[in-house]
Structure formats: C-alpha cells, structure tokens
Design a protein around this ligand. Structure first.
Ligand code: TRP
Length: 451
C-alpha cells in the first residue's frame, strides 16, 4: 500500500477542510437561495440546520475517517467490522465523482467569465449579458473543454499529495479568497442605496418561512459542508490523532457560514443599489451580476473592471479547493483498494469525471441528452444533492449512532477523554441518533412525495 500522508499542521487541517466546504455552494448557491427564500429568515433556519444537523454530521464522518485512517470504503467497513457498510463508502465515492463532473462545468463557466472580465468582454446592457451566457453555455465545445481543463487543474494538485498538494494550495487560496471577498464586500456596501441590500440580508421576514424553506436550508447546509459523500471522512483520515473533532467541525462550519454571509453582503448591496431584485435563481452570478457590477460602478469603470475580475477569480479559487476534495475521495479509494500508484488512481478519476463533465455540458444545449425529463446536468445535480447525499448522511448517522461500539465513538469524540469537548458527547449522540436521521428521513420522504 502507498504511504498515506497526513496534513502537516492544525491550521492546514482547518484550511483544507474549510476549502472543501467553501465553494460554489457558498458564493453562488447560498446567495440565490437567500434571495428566493426571504433573506434573513432563511439564514436563521440555515444556522439552526448547521448547529443541529450539520456539525453532528461532520463529526460523525470525522470519527469514521480518523478512526480507520483509510479511504472511504475501507473506513466504513473497518469502523463497523462489516463489509456491507463499506458500500456506504463506495456510495460516497460514486456521489462525489458525479458531483465533480457537473461541478467542474460550472467551475469552467467561472473560468470563462474570469477570462472575459480580464479582456473586458462582459460590457453591455442586460440583454447582451443574457445572450452572452446563453450563447456560451449552449456552445458544444468551449464549456466542455473548460470543464475538462478544470478537472485537469484539480488533477495536478491531487497528484502532488495530501501535504504538498491539497494542504499547500488550500493555505494559499483560502486567505486569498477571504481578502478578495472583503475588498468586494467593502466596495459593494459603500455604494449609494446599498443599505437596502444589507437590510434584506439581515432583517428577517418570517412570513416567507414554510416547510419548503426548511428543506431547502437543510439541503443547502449539507451541500455546503460537503456532507454525505465521505469527503469529510476521507479528509479526516489524514487528521492527526490529537485533532479535536468537535472543535474542528465548529471552526469549519463557522468559516463556511461566514463566507456564505459575506458572499451575500457582496452581491445584495450592489444588486439593490441598481434596483435589481436578487431572486433570479441559479443564473444570478452569470446573468445578473456582470451587469450589476457595470452599472453600480459606472461612476468609475476601472473599479467595476477590477471588481469583476476579482469576483470571478474568487469563484475559481473557491471551486478549486472544493473539486480537489471531491477528487481526493476517489483517488484515495482507487490507490488504496487496488494498490495503484496515486498518480494512476488520479488519472482514472480525471478521465471518468472528464467524461461526465463533457456530457453534462453538452446536455445544456442538446435536447436529446436527457434523463427522466431533465437535462443530464440537472439530473446529476438532482440525484446527488437530493437523493445520494442525504442517503449517505443518513446511513453514516445510523452507523455511528446505532451500530458502532459506543466506546469507540466516545474515544474518538473525546480523544480518549482528553478533549475539552467531553461534556458535549451526550448531546452529540442525541443529535446523531435521533435528530439527524429523523430530519433526513423527512427530507427523503418529501422528495418522493410520501409526505
Ligand atoms: N461544499 C462545496 C461547496 O459548497 C461543494 C463540495 C465539496 C461538496 N465537496 C463536496 C458537496 C462533497 C458535496 C459533497 O461548494
């Protein structure tokens, strides 16, 4: 078996795992969900989901991974002493491979927009920007090539290993991302009329709350924390024996939330200042925003130009640290389970995900690439985020809460009674045994129309 490698430092652990969590989910998905679901009211529900389900879910995956110090499939099998549970790890490998396929397509769009911003090609009125997006995303060649290029970029980080590849890139990109974000938030919030955007984000309108909003918040929390695909389990297998799992989960969830809220503070004040309602859904950052930046900074076009470049660079960085984590799950699996060299294992993943990306990208312009009435791209998004991901998280909580030895779970949680988080163990177990599975079952039943 290959030498597994480990993260080299505490800060490396937090930054790499936060890098996985912070991604397009925060900068792209979170703002449009907030926009569609009542602003601050959504955020309050979202924070509740993170505390009661997200953090316990993260800790559970950490426990399985850190205890077993192996790839996802072996970790689940050895933690439960049963080969059958290894299938949950394999499900995780499968889910993350599919997610990487379509996620890379959107990441490729971000690269295109970064290039277009640099070349100043996004200038024009809102119809121009709309047509630009439609023309580009339905083009058969360019977006597919960019999606594959993004996977290759990920590949070259992965082959350098855990410490020299993943940890190093995260330590560089995460602080950079944070600085870019703060600069754009500052510029956006200082625009005239920006106050309305801030108010929308921070003043709750509870009349918008419904069970649908709750489900959306829960799904978003899982996706944003990279839960349910054995991603956290794989990263935790590189944690040190001294890492306080609850503390790490809390820190990562906090960073994730902070970046999501700051992303809102970057987008809404600018949008409101030019009178654009931020409820346009997934196309928000590709259709609404380029125009918003132009109009908002019309008094100083150079600033608009720089902000637009910074924004798409930020998206690319956020996406890259996340695609790295998705790629690592499969790479670790193939290299350890089949005794392959890490670079060969990485190529398998790169090729499979590259093919998924090409077909997903083509499915946007081609009506015949459909499954169950959805384009392949939407179908992959749906099956992973709404079915496979909750299923993975549900099975993990059943394993840790009900099937595994409580002593082992406690020892991992408390680092053999040395961690200060000992007193939270009872509450953690309660969440993992009852709250997490019940809530996920509710989501799944809702998904399939049972309730
Ligand atoms: N959490 C990332 C985001 O917010 C996406 C992500 C990375 C992910 N790894 C994952 C989602 C594993 C689900 C599972 O964009």
């Amino acid at each position: 078996m290959t030498d597994r490698g480990n993260f080299g430092s505490k800060i490396g652990i937090v930054l790499a795992t936060a890098g996985s969590a912070v991604g397009l989910g925060n900068v792209w998905r979170f703002p449009f969900m907030v926009g569609q679901n009542g602003g601050a009211a959504f955020i309050i529900v979202y924070v509740g989901c993170i505390l009661l389900l997200g953090i316990p879910g993260m800790v559970s995956e950490f426990i399985v991974g850190r205890h077993s110090q192996a790839n996802a499939a072996r970790a689940y099998a050895s933690f439960s002493n049963s080969k059958a549970w290894g299938l949950v790890g394999i499900l995780g490998v499968l889910t993350s491979t599919i997610i990487l396929g379509f996620y890379a397509v959107v990441a490729g769009w971000c690269m295109q927009y970064l290039g277009a911003s640099v070349l100043g090609q996004l200038k024009g009125d809102s119809t121009f920007v709309l047509h630009y997006f439609q023309r580009f995303s339905t083009d058969p060649v360019k977006p597919a090539v960019l999606g594959v290029a993004f996977i290759l970029l990920t590949h070259f980080v992965i082959v350098r290993g855990v410490k020299d590849g993943i940890e190093r890139v995260s330590k560089l990109l995460m602080p950079l991302l944070f600085i870019l974000l703060l600069i754009i938030v500052g510029a956006s919030c200082s625009l005239p009329g920006a106050g309305k955007g801030v108010e929308f984000l921070l003043k709750p309108d509870f009349s918008k709350l419904s069970s649908q909003v709750f489900l959306e918040a829960l799904g978003q929390a899982f996706f944003s924390l990279s839960l349910g695909t054995a991603c956290l389990c794989t990263y935790a297998s590189y944690f040190s024996r001294h890492t306080h799992l609850l503390q790490a989960a809390g820190q990562i969830a906090l960073v994730d939330l902070l970046i999501a809220v700051l992303s809102g503070l970057m987008i809404f004040p600018a949008a409101f200042s030019v009178g654009v309602l931020p409820d346009s859904g997934p196309s928000l950052i590709f259709i609404t925003l380029p125009n918003v930046f132009q109009q908002a900074f019309a008094f100083m076009p150079m600033l608009g130009y720089v902000i637009s470049i910074m924004f798409y660079a930020l998206l690319v960085f956020a996406a890259l640290t996340s695609t790295i984590s998705m790629h690592e799950i499969g790479t670790a699996f193939f290299s350890e389970e089949f005794g392959m060299r890490r670079s060969h294992a990485a190529w398998i993943l790169t090729i499979v995900c590259g093919l998924i990306a090409v077909f997903c990208s083509l499915s946007i312009g081609q009506a015949d690439l459909q499954l169950f009435g959805k384009s392949l791209m939407d179908f992959c998004d749906f099956v992973t985020a709404q079915v496979m991901l909750p299923l993975g998280a549900l099975l993990t909580s059943i394993l840790v809460g009900w099937c595994a030895s409580k002593v082992v779970v406690r020892n991992e949680f408390t680092n053999h009674e040395t961690a200060s988080s000992k007193s939270f163990f009872g509450f953690y177990m309660f969440c993992v045994r009852f709250i997490v599975p019940v809530c996920i079952l509710l989501i799944l039943m809702h998904q399939f129309g049972v309730i």
